[in-house]
Design a binder for this molecule. Structure first.
Ligand code: SF4
Length: 254
């Protein structure tokens, strides 16, 4: 982790230190991008284990919670690209139609491997790579040059942690400067909006902000959506659905 910085490392003690040239993969699967500006695009998800946070409402606890984490599949970038290619080839659309989505957990824990991984994915035919990150890691220029889009989800204290644990101004500045990023906030009430405006409002341009309803069940999504849409109109933000939850109820690999 030498090329990245993070303020909050709540769960980092669980991350194996001797991974060598391998990455801890949780799952690789084809689905539809369910959040952010590329919602609806066919997507090949590569999900890594481990996270430096530990949000109370996390819907992927199986990537980092010691009680729920599954054994790692340690893979090289070559093995990951080969499996990604095989999974995408099983569908009839062209490989380049799939967006690669590097997700977790927190994929930026392994940022030093990601340029090589993206290179390998390009070699097998993928062209567009999104990274989903909690915004606590400062990306290197090399990685910025290779990533097509950053889906950053900075956290608010509704995740059970303080703003000091949730916010890295340095990382947010660098991601904003890429001009290839959206910042998605999970909200459910006006206190969340106020906290977001107070801490991130001066850092992130309005047009780069999206609001997403809190909730990992379909019923909770439906309950929160009208309020979140209303807040988007009020503040000039964009609304992001959470299509996976609405379509599949948070099922794995969907
Ligand atoms: S940052 Fe993301 S993956 Fe990590 S605990 Fe929070 S919601 Fe889960």
């Amino acid at each position: 982790m030498s090329s990245v910085m993070s303020q909050s490392m709540k769960n980092v003690q669980n991350i194996p230190t001797e991974l060598g040239s391998q990455l801890p993969v949780n799952e690789i699967f084809v689905s539809v991008q369910g959040e952010g500006r590329f919602s609806g695009y066919p997507a090949l998800f590569i999900r890594f284990n481990y996270c430096n946070l530990g949000c109370s409402w996390c819907d992927t606890r199986y990537t980092w919670d010691p009680k729920k984490i599954e054994s790692d599949k340690l893979m090289t970038v070559f093995e990951i690209a080969k499996i990604a290619h095989q999974k995408a080839k099983a569908f009839s659309c062209e490989i380049e139609s799939f967006h690669i989505v590097l997700t977790g957990g927190e994929p930026m824990l392994f940022a030093h491997h990601l340029p090589a991984l993206i290179d390998e994915l390009h070699k097998v035919g993928f062209v567009f790579t999104e990274i989903e990150t909690n915004g606590l890691f400062v990306p290197t220029d090399e990685l910025i040059e290779k990533v097509s889009w950053w889906n950053c989800s900075p956290k608010l204290s509704n995740n059970g942690m303080s703003i000091d644990e949730n916010l890295s101004e340095e990382a947010i500045y660098k991601l904003v400067a890429t001009e290839q990023a959206d910042f998605k906030f999970v909200v459910s009430n006006e206190a969340d909006i106020d906290e977001m405006m107070a801490n991130y409002g001066q850092l992130i341009p309005t047009e780069m902000i999206m609001l997403m309803p809190e909730g990992i069940t379909e019923s909770r999504q439906r309950m929160n959506m009208p309020f979140v849409i209303e807040q988007c109109f009020k503040h000039g933000f964009r609304f992001s659905p959470r299509l996976h939850i609405l379509a599949f109820g948070n099922e794995r690999e969907r």
